[in-house]
Write a protein that binds this ligand. Structure first.
Ligand code: AMP
Length: 544
């Protein structure tokens, strides 16, 4: 017998409407390129989102069309986060850190019909524009250097001329709402196509008290870019609970932030003090870099109560530094673009309260337990399930209502999905009897640097195209600042000379972003191999 409860589509338009009706006075603060802070209320945002919806339809955008953004975290980007999906189109945030040739491939596959460009990135967008064929470009936060090429329209002019009435009418909760590209397991770009339902449920899940635990009283600073795995879902999670949002703009803006009230010379501390940030989210590299500054700040940052950290493992020493020295609770999360992205989170159990501080930080440095709604298991290469004993290592497989069941335009393969429909994460972990997962290795051939993936396979293939390279292996080596950095081991046709590393770097520069280029090149006579003839990266690491 079916139950008798209401059943209507879960859509992002409901999050927007709730935010407007219940929290209309809450604020969105954005750091502008000139260093000033722009502020407006959810109510103003709501009106602008409706106008933007009319702008989109005016461009001929129809349900299902992909609309890209090439932008930092700003109020305009937040408006796009709602307007695009709420008219039934697909929000496609582009990672501005990727090289133009990489992005061109992604834009081509996504068939983006319109791109919204942040003026802070206008110059670098010009380089991308030569490689893409997108009918329309709209720019906001105008810059001195404007891209040339495709027709260009100014955002504010469009908004001011648009009608401010719009009726949202998504009928199908399984309709696509967003598209984010990730590096897959070996570096080839793969699109993850989220639905209204998956993002709605992810929003509810992360807002649980033991997850991000945001409330109406919070002021949230997402330092994680909105082009990274839907900004970890924060644009939706914050507005659903009615938290103020602080959007940090592009990096140069942060550096220019004039200390209007707080009198210090520390941009991040200024922003926290100026807006009263209570929760801030970003990758460990950001927090490692910020720590010395935050520690010696002149400003009062006592409003900051919690960090949400993920994308890479958060070292226990850094957790200790934030918790002990700054009195800020660290919530360490693990996830993937494929998981919207939240999977697990390391909050303490009641039973942990009696542990020493050092032991507590060790628990927090694990990737944690699944957020309710996420299922995890450990499996061998052949798929046999492994015990949760805190010692046995296996691949993490996951299932949830906000995890991808396949990639965009790619048939599911056994490499990524099991026959019973779980996602193979490519992460190797142990899980203890309390359900805490600890990532110990990666089966996938990706290097994680500053919270971004670098494909060793793609770098190796490019290096092999160089006429003097016979063989190349690229491995990730631990790095204090970035987590990992790529190092290339090369067999050459001839003796290396002083200029060889620079020549190889230049060879890679045309295809890859700067942060992908290996810092070090080691020239050897032979690369150690595994029994199946692959480069033995563990042996190489030991040998170094
Ligand atoms: P992405 O889809 O780019 O967010 O990358 C997801 C991958 O980042 C995961 O499969 C992990 O390899 C890694 N990752 C994310 N969060 C963590 C974490 N807290 N600790 C260790 N690795 C992480």
């Amino acid at each position: 017998m079916h139950g008798l409860m209401m059943n209507y589509p879960l859509t992002l338009a409901q999050i927007l409407a709730h935010a407007h009706r219940i929290h209309g006075d809450k604020q969105v603060h954005t750091l502008l390129p000139d260093g000033r802070v722009h502020r407006y209320s959810y109510a103003v945002l709501y009106g602008r989102v409706k106008r933007l919806a009319n702008v989109l339809t005016g461009f001929g955008i129809r349900p299902g069309d992909r609309v890209a953004t090439y932008a930092a975290n700003t109020y305009q980007h937040l408006e796009l986060y709602y307007a695009i999906p709420c008219i039934g189109a697909v929000l496609h945030p582009l990672n501005v850190r990727l090289a133009p040739t990489q992005l061109a491939e992604i834009v081509r596959e996504a068939e983006d019909r319109l791109i919204f460009v942040d003026g802070a990135f206008a110059a670098q967008f010009a380089a991308l524009q030569q490689h893409i064929d997108c009918p329309h470009t709209v720019i906001f936060n105008g810059a001195s250097k404007m891209p040339v090429g495709a027709p260009l329209t100014r955002y504010e002019a469009l908004i001011s001329q648009a009608d401010d009435t719009y009726a949202w009418e998504i009928q199908d909760e399984n309709w696509a709402m967003g598209l984010c590209y990730t590096s897959g397991t070996s570096g080839e770009p793969r699109g993850v196509l989220y639905t209204h339902r998956s993002m709605f449920l992810h929003t509810l899940a992360v807002n649980q008290a033991d997850a991000f635990g945001l409330t109406e009283a919070d002021v949230v600073l997402p330092l994680v870019p909105m082009y990274h795995a839907m900004g970890w879902g924060l644009p939706y999670a914050c507005m659903f609970v009615g938290a103020d949002i602080v959007l940090p703009g592009a990096k140069p803006a942060r550096e220019r932030l004039v200390p209007p009230l707080c009198g210090g010379d520390n941009p991040l501390a200024n922003l926290i003090a100026e807006t009263g940030v209570t929760v801030a989210a970003g990758v460990p590299t950001v927090w490692a870099q910020a720590y010395p500054e935050l520690r010696k700040r002149a400003q009062d940052i006592s409003s900051l109560r919690q960090l949400i950290v993920g994308g890479e493992a958060m070292p226990p020493t850094l957790i200790e530094a934030y918790e002990k020295e700054l009195g800020v609770e660290v919530r360490h999360a693990w996830g993937m673009t494929e998981m919207s992205p939240t999977g697990t989170l390391s909050t303490l159990r009641r039973a942990h309260q009696q542990l020493s501080d050092t032991e507590k930080w060790k628990v927090k440095a694990m990737q944690g337990r699944p957020v309710p709604g996420v299922e995890i298991r450990l499996a061998t290469e052949s798929g046999a399930e492994l015990p949760w004993d805190g010692n046995t290592m296996g691949e993490v497989q996951v299932r949830s209502h906000w995890t991808a069941r396949r990639y965009y335009k790619i048939e599911p393969t056994a490499e990524h999905f099991t026959t019973d429909g779980w996602l193979r994460t490519g992460d190797i972990a142990t899980i203890n009897a309390e359900g805490y997962m600890q990532i110990v290795d990666r089966a996938k051939t990706l290097i994680r640097s500053g919270g971004e993936s670098i494909s060793s396979v793609a770098l190796e293939a490019a290096l092999m195209k160089h006429p003097q390279v016979v063989e190349a292996a690229v491995i990730g080596v631990p790095d204090e600042k970035w987590g990992e950095r790529p190092l290339a081991i090369i067999v050459l046709t001839q003796q290396a000379d002083e200029g060889t590393p620079a020549a190889l770097k230049q060879h890679l520069a045309s295809e890859f972003p700067k942060f992908w280029i290996p810092d070090r090149f080691v020239f050897v006579d032979e690369i150690p191999k595994t029994s199946v003839g692959k480069s033995d990266k563990r042996a190489i690491l030991a040998f170094l």
